[in-house]
Design a protein around this ligand. Structure first.
Ligand code: PLP
Length: 391
């Protein structure tokens, strides 16, 4: 009983895994603001502001831009279930866990799913998408992950977006690990449905999923013959709450909206260009340091904000991660699926993406790897990182 009633005291961590990332005090303070009603005019005004800020970060003018109650996966389900009717064909591009998750979700809502696959760590090639669309010309939507967090891959989208639109299909993009850390040019690419989550580059606690739909996607939703497969995620009702009707659908997570608004303000204050440059600059430093430690990158094109490297031969993956956590308070991610036990995933997301954290993790990893017998010249990681930051 004494433990059950003890004071809440979670440890201080440095979150450098695949999410969640560190949350700035300003956002934690926003969460602690008074809870008000979900129909209070003051709250409705905050929702409108949050929506405007989401449009800026998604680089879109889309009217249908809102936050789904739930994590990134709820955003994924919302995009799929609102666009797909039982029997529709959808192409899912799979280069890791999250493309696979989108295929699973689409199948559960009754889509007939065609997979476009590549080995983990490789990018989906435009000609593969073209061939799949030619083989299934009645395809309604193509789903693809921009930042595949399981492999650290940055998926180029420009050519694929053109091909999808040339075949008159809808482009659905998973931007959970890209939004707020790199370009997600929704309007420029004509992305029809795009979803993200709060706990990655937005540096907010998990709990909301920003989503945006193009006018074309909204029109296709409006022409549905059947009801949306999920009551909770049905945008035809949720949009009336975010829109001028303000009709109750479900109780909004009020305090999470405060936090998201604060997180988006922080991004807009920093400026998108400056923020993306910061992520690139810290990635260059980290990469130089990791490579000086003999670690090699797995994906064909690395994300700036998620660095997926091979665990060196003879090094105990779990022991190193445990030591990082217990001795240095640093969390990094383990490998998933085929990379289980053989990869580390080091995040540089949002508030976690700082020179201080790059220095901390490089010094900690160098110390741990040297203790476990690796022949590394002392100081080499930080020297390489410093050189990369001068370049
Ligand atoms: C984290 C992540 C998700 C799932 O988000 P949750 O918040 O864990 O539900 C989906 N796609 C990608 C690319 C992710 O990184």
């Amino acid at each position: 009983m004494s433990d059950l009633l003890s004071k809440l005291d979670p440890p201080q961590r440095v979150l450098m895994g695949p999410g969640p990332s560190d949350v700035p005090a300003r956002i934690l303070n926003a969460l602690a603001a008074p809870t008000i009603g979900h129909l209070d005019p003051a709250y409705l005004q905050l929702m409108d502001q949050t929506r405007q800020l989401m449009r800026q970060v998604f680089q879109t003018e889309n009217e249908m831009t809102l936050a789904i109650s739930g994590t990134g996966s709820a955003g994924m389900e919302a995009c799929v279930t609102n666009l797909i009717e039982r029997g529709d064909r959808m192409i899912a591009c799979v280069s890791g866990v999250f493309g696979g998750r989108m295929a699973d979700v689409a199948g559960r809502y009754g889509a007939s799913v065609d997979l476009v696959e590549v080995p983990w760590g490789e990018a989906i090639r435009p000609e593969q998408v073209e061939a799949a669309l030619k083989a299934a010309p009645q395809t309604k939507a193509v789903g693809i992950v921009q930042a595949e967090t399981s492999t650290g891959l940055l998926q180029p989208l420009d050519e694929i977006a053109e091909i999808v639109h040339a075949h008159d299909a809808l482009l659905v993009v998973d931007a959970v690990t890209s939004l707020g850390g790199m370009e997600v040019p929704v309007d420029r690419l004509g992305i029809d449905a795009c979803f993200s989550g709060t706990q990655k580059n937005l540096s907010c606690p998990p709990g909301l999923a920003p989503v945006t739909f193009s006018q074309r996607a909204v029109e296709i939703m409006d022409r549905r013959k059947s009801k949306v497969g999920s009551w909770y995620l049905d945008l035809s009702m949720i949009r009336n709450y975010w829109g001028s009707d303000r009709s109750y659908h479900h109780t909004a997570p009020i305090n999470m909206t405060y936090a998201l608004r604060e997180a988006l303000q922080i991004i807009v204050e920093e400026g998108l260009v400056a923020r993306f440059e910061r992520h690139q600059a810290m990635h260059r430093r980290l990469r130089a340091g990791l490579e000086a430690l003999g670690l090699t990158y797995i994906p064909q094109h690395s994300l700036p904000n998620l660095n997926c490297v091979r665990v060196p031969d003879g090094v105990d993956d779990a022991a190193v991660r445990r030591q990082l956590l217990t001795e240095y308070g640093i969390e990094i991610g383990a490998g998933l699926g085929p990379f289980k036990g053989t990869a580390w995933r080091i995040g540089l997301m949002g508030h976690s993406c700082t020179a201080r954290n790059v220095t901390l993790i490089l010094a900690a990893l160098e110390t741990i790897l040297r203790q476990s017998g690796s022949l590394i010249e002392p100081g080499s990681a930080l020297a390489a990182a410093a050189q990369a930051s001068d370049a």
